[in-house]
Design a protein around this ligand. Structure first.
Ligand code: SF4
Length: 739
């Protein structure tokens, strides 16, 4: 086995500059591929169809997949470059183990497995089962998500399993369940194209879900009015009919004030409200004092614009409301989501053609990954781990005694807090890079350093993996078969194109081997991914996320099936609620009263500027893969501090000046980018980088009380010009920005 380089300098010395990475001349395009494999992009929740070109068991390029109905061949920059991750020289080819004082050394699988099992057993014997926790990711397939939920409860027997969807879609999930009793966007995106009015709230669609933009343009071509709610003039806002430049934290104030305008003008669907909803009166009572002056003060949006937005929405016959992390990443994320849903229900525009509501999932399997049991409070089919009937059903599917199934565990950030308290001593993570993606990441780093044993399954040595005792070389999207569920709720098929390189193994194979060594081989006896999916189908049967009627063949034949799909002869459900049978206990859609409250940290004389965070088009989440792809790095090589000229003038800041941004959690330096496309009281930093360039050194770890999502989208900061101008980025420091 080759020695693994352990420092940035060694990596660069051995493999050459990261930024320059590209396939060797003559590799791409110069040979006929051995095969073309129809599959999906590994990145965002759109899961665009793509065909991978395979040559000699390597991904050599791609071809558009024109027939796939969602994207019809279109891809964004990440999708175009995604094939480059497979042959990247940083790819882990062996399991590796930390050798104190020396970094990492490759080890045999047998050693890595034996060490892992002995540490799990030692920690659980000494501190209890729950002292060994697990964190997983929602870029994984449904099969792996399901298997991880079962692995944690049946093999590790720990309650403490959670996932990185906790940083993503859980506020939407919490709101959807309260309002509808089911957690999915209501329609396929096809309905968007014919909606009369579209509200996009807190969703930078053109950069984070670029191929969805096509549906908005179709709607615009058909005459739709577009309203964009965002503190920045994001690309979509530049052509919108109305841009509402909201102050971060003001979302529920905006939607509450709009609801009051609907009520005052009687722009309501009384039949729908009376026949199919509950909670309307309490909900409108909650907003009765929220007039336009109040709304302007609490949102920072001119009142005329709020009135205009409510009027467009109120008078429309068809409409679609979309939101994403911009309104969900808050300590009142669920309330923000509910305040959106209240607008949809008040006008009765759901469950009909061209009328809908949805959250746009950010991660590749953000939808399916939140349905099949790798959340701390969840069992497959979106069942509740505290519900005795649900527990009994899943215990029977898994062939265990219900009493042996652990209960509800801690959420992702709560696990970090529990490590600090000394309650969690061991951790296994898969496809999760919390050192970049969790808030207040100095606190996260300290936690990782306190663990007695940390094992990580990943394809690259991420920032978090660098703190592991053992890293198991896992698989990429193209190296394992399975399914994912797109942001629309469409279950699609991921096809294996190649086998894992070197001694890397498929993630599923690794989990099965660990389960075997933990003495539960008979519960993880799967010959194929389809075997796992068939067990998932049964486990989800009768749950709100019912996949029972979905088979691999059906997915392939139809290029995707929308759940719920309760029986084999069921065609799937692209549009929910046409039958008006909501999944709440009373069968009605629920209004929920939302009273505005401020963010958990507001500006004051010491920290006078609002800091918000988000993404850029060329990077995906914590950047473990995309920060390794040269062309994507070139597009946006380092995190910049977006600042409005007025605020910049106040501090004497010019483009490329190096600015220290300081919050109560930490401080970091960023080059300024002076732009007119942001509110003058707010600065923005993208969060895809780690180390000294991590925006999440600054963000706050306060959580929504229901969803436990952290408040990434608003905190208070100071701006301190350093007097230095940022030097041009070199290849080496571009690489280091990710270390
Ligand atoms: Fe499509 Fe998202 Fe991949 Fe871009 S990142 S190609 S929008 S799935």
């Amino acid at each position: 086995m080759a020695k693994l380089p352990v420092s940035v300098d060694q990596i660069i010395e051995k493999y050459g500059p990261h930024k320059a990475y590209a396939p060797k001349a003559g590799f791409y395009g110069s040979h006929e591929p051995d095969k073309l494999v129809k599959t999906h992009c590994c990145y965002c929740g759109m899961q665009c169809g793509i065909q991978l070109k395979v040559k000699d068991n390597k991904i050599a390029g791609f071809e558009p997949w024109m027939e796939f109905p969602f994207n019809e061949g279109r891809l964004c920059p990440k999708g175009v470059e995604r094939y480059l991750q497979n042959n990247h020289p940083d790819r882990l080819l062996d399991p590796i183990a930390r050798v104190e004082g020396k970094g990492f050394e490759p080890v045999t699988w047998d050693y890595a497995m034996n060490k892992t099992i002995s540490e799990i057993e030692r920690i659980q014997a000494k501190y209890g089962r729950d002292a060994f926790a697990m964190l997983s990711g929602v870029s994984l397939t449904n099969e792996k998500s399901y298997m991880i939920g079962k692995f944690a409860r049946v093999a590790l027997k720990t309650a403490n399993l959670d996932y990185n969807g906790r940083l993503c879609m859980v506020s939407a999930g919490g709101g959807n369940k309260k309002a509808f009793g089911l957690d999915r966007s209501s329609n396929s995106w096809a309905d968007l194209a014919h909606a009369e009015v579209i509200i996009v709230a807190g969703a930078n669609i053109s950069e984070t879900f670029p191929t969805l933009t096509h549906y908005i343009w179709q709607a615009r071509d058909n005459g739709a009015k577009l309203i964009v709610v965002d503190p920045r003039v994001i690309p979509l806002a530049r052509t919108a009919d109305l841009h509402l430049p909201i102050r971060p934290g003001g979302d529920s104030a905006l939607f509450a004030a709009m609801l009051k305008i609907l009520v005052d003008n009687d722009w309501l669907d009384h039949d729908f409200i009376e026949s199919y909803t509950s909670g309307f009166q309490e909900t409108i009572d909650a907003v009765k004092d929220y007039d336009l002056d109040w709304a302007e003060e609490h949102t920072g949006i001119p009142k005329q614009k709020i009135l205009e937005a409510a009027t467009l929405w109120g008078k429309a016959k068809t409409s679609f409301l979309l939101h994403a992390r911009g309104i969900e990443h808050h300590t009142k994320g669920v309330e923000n989501v509910l305040s959106c849903i209240n607008l949809v229900l008040a006008t009765g525009r759901i469950g009909k053609p061209y009328c809908g509501y949805g959250t746009i999932t950010g991660q590749g399997n953000g939808q399916g990954g939140r349905e099949h049991g790798h959340k701390c409070d969840q069992l497959p089919g979106n069942r509740d781990i505290t519900n005795p009937e649900h527990r009994q059903y899943i215990a029977e599917v898994w062939g265990i005694d219900e009493k042996d199934m652990p209960g509800k565990g801690l959420t992702a950030y709560e696990q970090i807090e529990a490590i600090h308290r000394g309650e969690i001593k061991g951790l296994i993570s898969i496809c999760f890079n919390p050192l970049v993606s969790l808030p207040n990441n100095n606190f996260v780093r300290e936690a990782l350093e306190k663990l007695e044993f940390y094992i990580c399954i990943d394809s690259f040595l991420s920032e978090t993996a660098r703190h592991a005792d053992i890293v198991l070389a896992g698989s990429l999207h193209e190296e394992e078969e399975g399914t994912v569920t797109t942001a629309e709720g469409r279950v699609v098929k991921i096809n294996e194109a190649i086998t894992p390189p070197g001694n890397a193994r498929r993630d599923g194979q690794i989990l099965m081997e660990l389960a075997k060594r933990l003495g539960v081989e008979n519960k993880f006896n799967y010959a194929t991914s389809e075997d796992i999916f068939n067990e998932l189908r049964v486990a989800s049967k009768g749950g709100t996320a019912d996949y029972f009627g979905i088979t691999y063949q059906k997915v392939v034949d139809n290029m995707g099936i929308f759940w719920p799909c309760p029986s084999l002869d069921h065609p799937g459900t692209p549009r929910l609620w046409e039958d008006r049978k909501f999944k709440t206990p009373d069968g009605k859609a629920h209004f929920n009263p939302v009273r505005y409250r401020p963010a958990s940290e507001v500006t004051d004389k010491d920290y006078p500027v609002v800091l918000t965070t988000g993404r850029v088009v060329s990077q995906y989440l914590s950047g473990t893969s995309t920060r390794r792809i040269g062309k994507l790095v070139d597009q946006y090589p380092e995190p910049l501090l977006e600042i409005h000229p007025k605020l910049a003038f106040q501090y004497g800041i010019k483009d490329r000046d190096l600015i220290t941004v300081k919050t109560r959690r930490g401080e970091a330096e960023f080059p300024a980018q002076v732009v007119e496309t942001i509110r003058a009281d707010t600065v923005f930093i993208p969060y895809h980088w780690g180390g000294v360039h991590a925006a999440n050194q600054l963000t706050i770890g306060n959580l929504d009380p229901i969803s436990k999502i952290p408040e990434f989208k608003v905190c208070a900061c100071q701006l301190i010009p350093t007097g230095k101008v940022a030097s041009a980025l070199t290849t080496k420091n571009a690489y280091q920005s990710g270390v």
